[in-house]
Structure formats: C-alpha cells, structure tokens
Design a protein around this ligand. Structure first.
Ligand code: MN
Length: 341
C-alpha cells in the first residue's frame, strides 16, 4: 500500500495491523550523518532492490550511506543488473555500532545473519518490512503486512524525504514490486500496486528489461538441473487432508556446479501442479543445510506452518532451514499441514 495506513485493507484475514512510524523515521534519517542499510541474507529482488533504491535516495539527500547483507556475501547473478551496486560493502566493513541502521525486508533480527549484532548495537534501528511473521524487532518500525512488497514502503519513505524518483531508484523499486507480486500475479497485486508500477514506468523503468533479467534468462546448466529436479518430483495426493503435496529435493551433487542461488525459480515450475495445494523444493546449501521453499495456493496458511519449523514468510509463500535429514523435515511438514478442510 502506498496510501495512508488507515485506508489500507489487510492483505489477508488475520494479518497483524500496520505499525508505521513515518515521522520518527524521517526525523531520524534527517538527523543522521551516516546510515547503514542491511537486508535479509540471501537477498531476493525485493530485499536488494528496495535497499539499493533507498541507498541511492539517501545519497541524493547528502547522506553517507553503505549497504550490505550477512554472509554468504555475493549478489545473485539475476540481481546484478540493479543500479546502485556501488553502495554495497562486505558485511565485515559495516561499522560495529552504526549511528543509524535501517533493516529491509527482514522479518526478524536473525534474518540479518552476521549483521544482527550491528543492528543490536546501532544508535537507532529502523525496520522496514511487510512480512506477517515480523517479530516486532527494531526501535522505529515501518512494518505493514498489507504492503505487497518492502519496495512499496520504501517508495513512500523516499516520497516523504522529498527525493524525486529517478530511473535508477525506480528500477530497484520495480524489481522489488515485480518480485514479490510474482510479476503482478499474486493476490497482493492491488490497484495501488499497479498505480505504483505506473509511477515507476513514468520514471523510466523498462519492464521488459527487468523481466528478462529476473525471470527469462538462465545458463543452459540450469535447464538440465531443472529437468532432473522435476523428474525426481513426488506427488502425494493424500497429503494435506487430500489437497495434495508435491515435492522435490536438490542435493549439492544434483546441482552439477550450478550456484545455489540459481535454484530460485524451480519452485515456480513445481507449484503449477494441479493435483497439489502445497509445493516444496528442498535445496541443499553450500554449507550442507537444507532450505525449504514452500508454496500454497491460498487454502493453507504457510506462514504459520513454517513458523512452527523456525522459518516464516507469507500465507502462500514461506520457507525454513533444516540442519538434519530431508525426510525428517518432510515428516514434520506433513504433520503440520491441516488434515481437514
Ligand atoms: Mn519482500
């Protein structure tokens, strides 16, 4: 939502109310000389796009500004087209106790990874987020679970700071908006989302460029990994009270050298399965943990299911990390899916 909080309808029934301290946030930013931005680990289009857009706007206000995210520190290949990469510094170069820190798109301090300590020690911490599972951390909060993306909140903040949208700022915001609405397909795609997209196009964003970078290109090796992951997929029609579960697992060896981050889009193929309400892709990270990407078609609230496994996310799109065997995590997940409907 980009309008006042009191006109913003909740994105989903039972979503927590918005917590929007715009005036305090603007005052803190105006008073700061140096600002550190951090987004969640393994950043997606919304996390990195929102962060780089805000960083460029803060520099336009004359602020010294750096941006980072916790290890592993490396910009995913599909996000390297985003303007403002010169703001990025290794997490080890973020001041130990920043004067002002702004956390973006992180539902909890743990999602900041190795930068969580700097957030704890910061003179002030502003949290900008839209996850229903947000833990309530941060001294000054711009948190609205009804917002389609963190980019929506960042655009309002930039407007309140009086910085005009140039093409580079708009490109980051558009990448965030397009990512978190599934390219304007998810139910969070409100009229306000399209209004904002329109303003970003007016500022010079080329939608075909952003779409091609985010979704329509991949190395040939990706197609081979995708093919084998789909060939191994299992459909469990009786799971989730007969609504169905489809899942696949991709171990490190199955990646054949493809970087972990390149597996991002596989869930979007798997979740097309008509016979399954829930889709899961289990992906082994380079350090041997398993990351579970979980999607539903709206009849099961995955933010609750994944929170019970120490993860989180949104109703239809959530995840969690697992240190043990995949089968054990799948058993836990099956047991958490509602048996009746
Ligand atoms: Mn987001």
């Amino acid at each position: 939502m980009n309008g006042p909080a009191d006109t913003a309808a909740p994105a989903e029934p039972g979503a927590p109310p918005a917590d929007l301290e715009w005036d305090r946030a603007v005052e803190l930013i105006r008073g700061a000389r140096e600002i550190c931005l951090a987004c969640h680990v393994a950043p997606d289009g919304d996390a990195l796009g929102s962060m780089l857009a805000l960083g460029q706007a803060l520099r336009a206000c004359g602020k010294r500004c750096v941006a980072s995210f916790g290890e592993p520190f490396g910009v995913p290949a599909i996000l390297r087209f985003l303007p403002g990469q010169e703001l990025l510094v290794e997490p080890s170069r973020v001041p130990r106790a920043p004067e002002l820190m702004i956390s973006l798109d992180a539902a909890g301090r743990a999602r900041l990874g190795s930068l969580a300590g700097a957030a704890d020690r910061a003179g002030a911490l502003i949290v900008i987020d839209h996850h229903a599972s947000n833990t309530g951390f941060g001294g000054v909060r711009l948190v609205d679970p009804a917002a389609a993306a963190t980019a929506v909140l960042v655009e309002e903040l930039i407007r309140r700071l009086g910085v005009p949208l140039d093409r580079d700022i708009a490109q980051g915001l558009y990448a965030g908006l397009a990512s978190d609405t599934g390219s304007f397909k998810y139910p969070c795609t409100t009229p306000e989302v399209h209004d904002l997209a329109g303003r970003l196009l007016t500022a010079g964003v080329r939608p075909e460029t952003v779409s091609r970078e985010l979704w329509d290109r991949a190395p040939f090796g990706y197609l081979q990994v995708l093919a084998s992951a789909l060939a191994r997929a299992r459909l469990e029609r009786d799971a989730a009270g007969g609504r169905g579960l489809v899942w696949t697992a991709i171990a490190r060896a199955d990646r054949r050298g493809l970087p972990y981050e390149q597996l991002e889009g596989i869930i979007d193929q798997l979740r097309r399965t008509d016979e399954a309400e829930v889709a899961v892709v289990c992906k082994e990270t380079d350090d041997g943990h398993w990351y579970f990407s979980v999607r539903s078609k709206g009849r099961i609230d995955l933010s609750r299911v994944c929170a019970a496994l120490d993860g989180g996310g949104h109703r239809e799109m959530a995840g969690f990390v697992w240190a043990g065997p995949v089968d054990e995590a799948l058993d836990r997940l099956r047991a958490l899916l509602p048996a009746e409907h």
